[in-house]
Design a binder for this molecule. Structure first.
Ligand code: PGA
Length: 236
């Protein structure tokens, strides 16, 4: 794994946006894997700024997001669909039909997972996947467990993730408890992965993921087995 230590969050965001830009310069019809969460917001701001300056073009790109809450409509401001549109898609020239997130309102969650996985395959797979990491080591919504889920699946969020996400809700009991997420196998199939880790509070989980044993108890640790991962953090 290639580990890069940025001076601060601004530099991390600039470097991550530069990686996305380089990917699009090299292959304008790239398939980009995007993530939600606080960490990539700065990266998305930089991408918007590049687009507005006229140096970045998303018109031929395709995107797949890692995950979406289940049972939450796109009109809900806490849906990941809304997050991505507010923080990125509404401000760049992505074609709406090239934007993909799992459908959190699909009546049959399992069928939606199969369809999402098939759509990624049909697009030729993800060229560059942006990831954040949860306090518990999750990537996407693949929570610590007994095995690494292979494919897009319908998962139950752990208490620690529900606690972390409750900051966006008036009360903890409003936080969705299940989600649709790319599996670990889906993520590992990306050609390149950029893992963004911001804030000294994540230093411990970063060290477990990057230097510790590969175990489904720390889902991000599987990235040690991927041939093209850059870890970009903003702490020593
Ligand atoms: P955060 O979330 O960027 O809001 O810390 C990361 C994650 O849970 O993947």
């Amino acid at each position: 794994m290639n580990i890069i230590r940025a001076k601060n969050y601004e530099e991390l965001s600039r470097m991550a946006a530069t990686s996305v830009a380089a990917q699009l310069y090299e292959k304008p019809d790239s398939v980009l894997g995007f993530a939600t969460g606080s960490t990539p917001i700065g990266t998305y701001k930089e991408l918007i700024a590049d687009y507005k300056r006229g140096v970045l073009d998303f018109s031929r790109a395709t995107t797949f997001n890692l995950d979406e809450y289940y049972g939450v409509p796109v009109t809900d401001e806490n849906s990941y669909y809304a997050f991505m549109h507010t923080n990125l898609f509404d401000h760049i020239n992505m074609r709406s039909e090239a934007i993909h997130l799992p459908d959190g309102m699909a009546p049959d969650a399992e069928a939606q997972c199969v369809a999402y996985e098939a759509a990624i395959q049909a697009a030729g797979g993800v060229d560059l996947q942006i990831l954040g990491i949860g306090n518990n080591g999750h990537i996407g919504f693949n929570e610590p467990g007994e095995f690494f889920p292979a494919k897009t699946n319908h998962i139950k969020l752990t208490d620690s993730t529900i606690d972390a996400n409750s900051r966006f809700y008036a009360s903890r009991d409003q936080v969705p408890t299940t989600a649709l997420t790319m599996g670990i196998g889906t993520i590992m199939a990306a050609k390149k992965i950029l893992l963004l880790i911001s804030g000294a509070a994540k230093k411990g989980i970063m060290e477990q993921a990057v230097f510790g044993p590969v175990t489904p108890q720390v889902p991000a640790s599987i990235l040690q087995f991927h041939g093209n991962v850059t870890v970009l953090c903003d702490f020593e």
